[in-house]
Design a protein around this ligand. Sequence first.
Ligand SMILES: Nc1ncnc2c1ncn2[C@@H]1O[C@H](COP(=O)(O)OP(=O)(O)OP(=O)(O)O)[C@@H](O)[C@H]1O
Ligand SMILES: [Mg+2]
Length: 504
Amino acid sequence: MEQTVQTAIRCRGITKRFGEVVANDGIELEVRYGEVLALLGENGSGKTTLMNMISGIYHPDEGVIEVDGAPAAIGSPADAQALGIGMIHQHFKLVEPFSAMDNIVLGTKEKRLPAKALRRKVLELCETYGLTIEPEKPVREMSVSEKQTVEILKVLYRGARILILDEPTAVLTPQETDKLFAILRQMRAKGCAIIIITHKLNEVLAISDRVTILRRGRSVDTVETAGVDAARLTELMVGRKVSLSIRRPEPKDPQTILKVVDLGVTRPDGSAALTDVNFTIRTGEILGVAGVAGSGQKELCEVLAGLLPAQKGAALYHKENILGKSPAEIINLGISMSFVPEDRLGMGLVAGMGMTDNMLLKSYREGKGPFVDRAPARALAESLIKELNIVTPGTETPVRMLSGGNVQKVLLGREIESGPNLLITAYPVRGLDINSSYVIYDLLNQQKEKGVAVVFIGEDLDVLLELCDRILVLCHGRVTGVADARTATKEQIGRMMTGEEVDL
Ligand SMILES: Nc1ncnc2c1ncn2[C@@H]1O[C@H](COP(=O)(O)OP(=O)(O)OP(=O)(O)O)[C@@H](O)[C@H]1O
Ligand SMILES: [Mg+2]
């Protein structure tokens, strides 16, 4: 039997401007029923903007969006919903105190149906697509992955057959990502059209049928996934060949700068976050920290930043115990911390301010007084824009107008430029495009070569093994071991992450 390919959405010549910025410039894109289309492009290349137009949040300045073969007037998210389009946003839009069920049916007509019938309908959807939820659990008690499942159910409940996911895996563990992909494959098998945005090329290769590549607001190519590899995709995205290898300079004259002894930290609810943690950090080296999400990484950062009290042990920085010191005292000792949280929002930048003012904020924190000269901060902002390839109209443009990845580069750049002796960075490449990620790895290497002790808390084991000198592995708040990154294997680290003792 001949298979007919049915187009779900076709964008023809879509252009969108924000003032001077041309976010989308004549974009052509097609997604079909029964396929997963990956949308790939560097930070600020216009992916979210385009998806926001398909889902009725923004309106194109030029061009036509066709749904099921006919031009569609998508004036609002409700119009998009009526056309069967559902978008899972990067920042979830759930009502935290409400249960999963209440969130799913919120604002739909069926809300008036008896609770039992609603429940049955939701559970049927779960069964069809292989989703699992606890219907009565309040959203505020859910993990990121559970919240995402509720978001997906919410759009399916509204009858979506065209699903858009904007960086759904940026906040998931590899195991959760596998689960999400199983759900997406199930949807594809049921005939849904799916557009997924992700910066992780292995995910693009694993889940998509075709890839559309955006570069600076233009759609430069669409390729069959089966015919490309990571190197080719990067080349299409960046417009030139990019080396996807990380250098690892030898540490020069490493000296212990921080010695953590018998550290014990308890969470506010009384559970143990860190137990008997012992390790050292040396100058001129990169110490990686590996562990499944929630193994104590966050608490380790917080306790070393002076944001969380320790119940036991010491952290000797040049022989001086920093536990119990205030965040300001710790910063003044030359310890710098950047933690990119799962939601990438509360990152310590002021969204309404431009880059210059955000640079100044950091100097206030260092107590340099209220009368500040803006020139050095602006020069710093300008050099960061150049060095990190930050897409912004200028140093005074409010940070909230930058794309997600670019906001993050501003934050990281600021920490690195404060000239620390010990730099602790957690998840610095979350949400960054591949090219920017390699820029960040190189910046960390430059810090290392300057003699800075770098702690890199990461998620990607391949990167940890390539970049770091040693890798500390955490499991349930305990150190399972410290591996030599030059000789350890991914498999060994993976086993240590689940608490297994491994002979290194
Ligand atoms: N509301 C807005 N006002 C002004 N400029 C905007 C607005 N939204 C997006 N932009 C600009 O449009 C361009 C494209 O942004 P968009 O968020 O679509 O990028 P993206 O490809 O999703 O990037 P990322 O991978 O970082 O999420 C960027 O230069 C961004 O600064
Ligand atoms: Mg985006």
